[in-house]
Design a protein around this ligand. Structure first.
Ligand code: NAD
Length: 286
C-alpha cells in the first residue's frame, strides 16, 4: 500500500492558519476579506461545489456574498453584475462557477472580471502571469492545491517526468504551466493522444484530470510513481476518480484518494487566493 496524500488533513492545517491570519487583521479593526460567488442556473453538482466553497469561507472568516441567478440570465445581465462587483471596494474576489449555461458567452464573462479580483485565476492576464512566473498573479485553484500537496509531502517536481492526462482549461493546461515553473519535464495527454500509456508509464508524477472513471490502470503506471487523481465522477451514489485506486495503490509510491485528495485542496486554493487578493488590494502587502 502506498503513501496516502491526504488533502483533507493538509487542508485543515492550512485553513486554520488562514483563519488565524484573518483573525489578526479583523482584531485590529480591518474588515474581513470578501468573496462574491456567482452561480447561474441549477446544475446540482455546481450547487454542491458552490455551497462547499461558501461554507469553507465562513469557517475561516472570509465573508461570502452569494449571487444565485436563474438559468435564463443573459450574458449582458451577468456582465452588469460583474461590473458592479468590480467597482465595489469591499469585494476582494469574484468567482463565477463554471460551467455557465451554453447561451452565456463564457470568454466574455471571464474577460470582464477585474484580474486583481480573479481568484479563480482564469482571466488571460492571470494565465499570462503564470506563463511569466509572476508571483503576484492568481494560479487556478486546483493546480495551486496540487502544488501545495506535493510540497507538503516533499515531492519536488524539479527534473521529474510529470505526465498530465487531460488538457482542460481549468486543470490540465494551467497545471502544465505550473509544473514547468517547478522545473519538471512536462507531457500533456488528451483525448487525441495516440497511446496514452506510452506517456503514463514514464511518469515520475502522473496527474489525471479527465473525468473518465478508472481510466488509469496499474499497467499504465510506473512502479514507485506519485499519482494524483483530479477526476470526479459519480457512479451511483459513489464518487470515483480517474484512477483505479485499488489497483494503482499497490504500485505507486504515493497516491491521492477520491474523495479527500485534490478536492479539498482546490477549495483551500480558493481561500488562499481570496486572502491574497485581500492583502494585495486592501492591505497592500504581497
Ligand atoms: P475538461 O472537459 O475541460 O477536460 C477534460 C480533458 O480530458 C480534455 O483535455 C480531454 O481531451 C481529456 N480526456 C477526456 N477523455 C479522455 C480519455 N479517454 N483519455 C485521455 N484524455 C481524455 O474537464 P476539466 O474541467 O479539466 O475536469 C476534468 C475532471 O476533473 C472532471 O472529472 C472534473 O470534475 C474534475 N475536477 C476536479 C476538481 C477537484 O477539485 N478535484 C477540480 C476541477 C475539475
Amino acid at each position: 500500500m502506498s503513501l496516502l496524500l491526504d488533502g483533507r488533513v493538509l487542508s485543515e492545517n492550512i485553513r486554520s492558519q488562514i483563519a488565524q491570519e484573518i483573525k489578526e487583521y479583523t482584531s485590529k479593526g480591518y474588515r474581513a476579506p470578501t468573496l462574491a460567488v456567482i452561480l447561474v442556473g441549477d446544475d446540482p453538482a455546481s450547487q454542491v461545489y458552490v455551497s462547499n466553497k461558501e461554507k469553507a469561507c465562513q469557517k475561516v472568516g472570509i465573508r461570502s456574498l452569494s449571487y444565485r441567478l436563474p438559468s435564463n440570465t443573459t450574458t449582458q445581465e451577468l456582465l452588469e453584475l460583474i461590473a458592479q462587483l468590480n467597482a465595489e471596494e469591499e469585494v476582494d474576489g469574484i468567482l463565477v462557477q463554471l460551467p455557465l449555461p451554453p447561451h452565456i458567452n463564457q470568454q466574455e464573462i471571464l474577460l470582464a472580471i477585474n484580474p486583481k479580483k480573479d481568484v479563480d485565476g482564469f482571466h488571460p492576464e492571470n494565465m499570462g502571469r503564470l506563463v511569466a512566473r509572476m508571483e503576484d498573479g492568481f494560479i487556478p485553484c486546483t493546480p495551486l492545491g496540487i502544488d501545495l500537496l506535493l510540497k507538503h509531502y516533499d515531492i519536488d517536481p524539479k527534473g521529474k517526468d510529470v505526465v498530465i492526462v487531460g488538457a482542460g482549461f481549468i486543470v490540465g493546461r494551467p497545471l502544465s504551466l505550473l509544473m514547468l515553473w517547478r522545473d519538471a519535464t512536462v507531457s500533456v495527454c488528451h483525448i487525441y493522444t495516440k497511446d496514452i500509456k506510452e506517456y503514463t508509464k514514464r511518469a515520475d508524477i502522473l496527474i489525471s484530470a479527465t473525468g473518465v472513471p478508472r481510466l488509469i490502470k496499474a499497467h499504465m503506471v510506473k512502479e514507485g510513481a506519485v499519482v494524483i487523481d483530479v477526476g470526479i465522477s459519480k457512479e451511483g451514489t459513489k464518487i470515483v476518480g480517474d484512477v483505479d485506486f485499488e489497483e494503482v495503490k499497490e504500485k505507486a509510491y504515493a497516491i491521492t484518494p477520491v474523495p479527500g485528495g485534490v478536492g479539498p485542496m482546490t477549495v483551500t486554493g480558493l481561500l488562499l487566493n481570496t486572502l491574497k487578493a485581500y492583502k494585495l488590494r486592501f492591505l497592500y502587502v504581497g
